[in-house]
Design a protein around this ligand. Structure first.
Ligand code: FES
Ligand code: FES
Length: 155
């Protein structure tokens, strides 16, 4: 199976119904996407497929052929992070960090289709991404910062 991930082409030896998440993590060593629920419900495994946030734990690789897959690793580097990644760092929007892949990828997809979302639109976009640590306030601030909104200083 031939996949395009982060601008590179990979030939993967896996069954067509293998979940994309397993191929990314186990074959391509791209560990940004996380295994959370494995059921398409938490968002930890999100990647961009043709610019749209998708849950890689429930997407078979044969549905990804010829499509442009971008993982967290493809957004930016440690030296040159994506503006969404910068915003999450600036807001220190994490506790354990396990959900952050999905939060960042979903925010990126939102800003691609809507560069200046309202807070309501941010909340709507992220409402199916679960954070077990309760870092939601910082995560929403980070998404708002990434969208270019001025934020009031926190106490
Ligand atoms: S691990 Fe894919 S949605 Fe939870
Ligand atoms: S920061 Fe731990 S799950 Fe969100």
């Amino acid at each position: 199976m031939r996949l395009t991930v982060n601008g590179r082409i990979f030939d993967v030896d896996a069954a067509p119904d293998t979940a994309l998440l397993y191929v990314l993590r186990n074959d391509l060593e791209l560990n940004g996407p996380k295994y959370g629920c494995g059921l398409g419900e938490c968002g930890a495994c999100a990647v961009l497929i043709d610019g749209v946030a998708a849950r890689s734990c429930v997407i078979p690789i044969d549905g990804c052929i010829g499509r442009d897959i971008v993982t967290l690793e493809g957004l930016g580097t440690r030296e040159r992070p994506d503006p969404v990644q910068e915003a999450f760092i600036a807001e220190q929007a994490a506790q354990c960090g396990y959900c952050l892949n999905g939060m960042i990828i979903t925010t990126k997809a939102l800003l691609t289709r809507n560069p200046r979302p309202t807070e309501t639109e941010v909340l709507e976009a992220l409402r199916y991404n679960l954070c077990r640590c309760g870092a939601h306030i910082e995560i929403i601030r980070a998404a708002m910062r990434a969208a270019g909104h001025e934020l009031e200083a926190r106490d």
